[in-house]
Design a protein. Sequence first.
Length: 250
Amino acid sequence: MAIKIAITGKSGSGKTTITRAFLSVLRERYPEKSILLFDNDLAGELGHTFGLDIRNTIYGIRSGKHEYRTGIPEQMTKQEYVEWAIEDIIIPIEDNVDIIVSWLTGSKDCRCPITGQLNYALQKLIERYDFVIFDCEFDLKYLNQLIDTNIDLALIIANPTVESIKLVKRIDEFSAKYAAGGQMGIIINKVGSEDITEIFSMAKNFDMEILGTIPFDDELAVGSESRVSETVNDAIKNFYFRLNLPQENV
């Protein structure tokens, strides 16, 4: 059964950088395990960090605009066709690591068959992996419009400001029901020399847990297309023990 991590938060908070960092940390701890990167952010930046310009998306399948890499097999049911099409858009990144991009999603209120067919196909897909890391939009509702799945760990990424923590409360309210049964907490990113005591107090008043903090990385600030940061990686390793993730080799 896949262990599913969702990275949420406001655009610009560092979600994609932290998604890349979790990939690095998990690869180091469990090099033999399979990982799926699931880009559910409309900006679609995750692929760019690997030097990829990914145009084939789940939305392309939904809209009928996907250009297939191979000929379409004959005599398939519609469900089989959707599952085959999903396989066509998965891109290998490295050994045991793949990426898939969703882009636009439909509404769960839509009664068109493709909504249910995609949901079922994606459920089957993610359960093939040991870990799935979702780089999400603002909250988990957007992901839930695409797929019904339990989330083991939902992290809300916030900057070290009072305004950001207030926004985190909104994200928590929108997302909590979609992460029911899993762990949800805050990661304070880009922490510099400022005093963040008030931020911890606000989080406590909101009955939300800060699971960890990540220092400001000057190298990322000047622009790093790969979004790879040893500073971020090391920070995650330091608070990894607090996360609802395997703590020993699995």
